[in-house]
Write a protein that binds this ligand. Structure first.
Ligand SMILES: [Zn+2]
Length: 329
């Protein structure tokens, strides 16, 4: 089987290996499954193998080297433009597909975050997905297939991806000599992308900062100025990271308040244990749903300030109520 450098995902690797070996891949694939589990990595390896004259991903030939450097002329990676994949991006895709392969047996188009296709852009590529020119292979990648129109879904061969096992994540972290492997493999929740992200020292430092704000929020000690400080995080990826950290913290607080000790944030166990009794379990669980909802909305919303404000108010609600009680009496 090919794709030995990709961890886990045995079934997708088997299907794609057969497609490479037969020399007759399907014309359009939909790689779908949770974010950060390695869909794009496998798509790039698949493209590399399809482009390689020896039908191997990473055999050391010129084609494989170019694919690894991201400069292969027959492998096109299309990224979302801003918040959505607009028609100009898909027009480029159609134009590139009309060209004959320059060096290899196939032209491979990889469309990242395909759920961000605008309806017009989705319509413009229906024909390309259904009847592409000979030797063109399209790979659409998404973690939110329900956002894609049925007309797109029905034209692609779905390849589903699941979460990785914790041991697989640990092995990968060891390969990059990461620290805090125990905690990172747990907070990653089966997503290798998340694990490698938090293994970077600068991201680990940000996680600690977000956790500190999260603990203050959990304790109900959040002032307006602290909330304002959260909004200084203009970078959307930073806001999403904050939400992910908050969600993992709230999940841990829910678990510990239910008497379970299998927390993700192992390095924070003592703090989590001492805070978990501050609220009843159902309130922590309710908080998890609220954070998940905002995280889901954050994929499609440009302005996060309003969402975060309402989330912060909702999460500190119990404490606000307590403060209001004397006035109510
Ligand atoms: Zn090769």
């Amino acid at each position: 089987m090919l794709f030995e450098k990709i961890t886990g995902h045995i079934h997708p690797k088997r299907v794609l290996s057969k497609a490479v070996e037969s020399g007759e891949p399907f014309h359009s694939y939909l790689f779908w499954g949770p974010e950060g589990v390695g869909k794009k990595s496998l798509a790039l390896r698949f493209a590399q193998a399809l482009a390689c004259p020896n039908r191997i991903d990473g055999c050391g030939c010129n084609s494989c080297k170019e694919a690894e450097l991201g400069i292969h002329p027959d492998i096109h990676l299309i990224l979302p433009q801003g918040e959505s994949l607009k028609i100009s991006g898909t027009r480029a895709l159609i134009e590139l597909s009309s060209l004959h392969p320059l060096k290899s047996p196939f032209v491979v188009n990889i469309l990242e975050e395909a759920d961000r296709l605008t309806p017009e852009a989705a319509n413009s590529i229906l024909k390309l997905l259904e009847e592409p020119p000979p030797a063109v292979v399209n790979i659409l990648i998404t973690s939110r297939p329900h956002f894609l129109p049925p007309t797109v879904l029905s034209r692609c061969l779905p390849i589903s991806f699941g979460f990785l096992k914790m041991e697989e994540i640990k092995d990968e972290l060891q390969k990059v000599k990461a620290g805090e492997i125990g905690t990172i493999s747990r907070i990653a929740g089966g997503r290798i992308g998340e694990a490698l992200h938090w293994a970077k020292p600068e991201n680990w430092k940000r996680r600690l900062k977000y956790l500190s704000t999260g603990f203050q929020l959990a304790a109900g000690n959040v002032s307006l100025s602290q909330v304002d400080n959260l909004f200084k995080e203009k970078d959307k990826n930073g806001v999403m990271d904050f939400l992910k950290v908050l969600l993992s913290l709230w999940r841990d607080l829910s678990l510990v308040s239910l008497g379970l000790e299998e927390v993700a944030n192992l390095d924070q166990f003592k703090n989590i244990q001492s805070l978990s009794g501050e609220r009843p379990a159902e309130e922590w669980v309710k908080g998890c749903f609220l954070i998940e909802e905002v995280l889901e909305l954050s994929y499609t919303t440009v302005n996060m300030n309003m969402l975060i404000t309402s989330l912060v108010i909702n999460l500190s609600m119990k404490k606000l109520k307590e403060r209001r009680d004397p006035f109510a009496a």
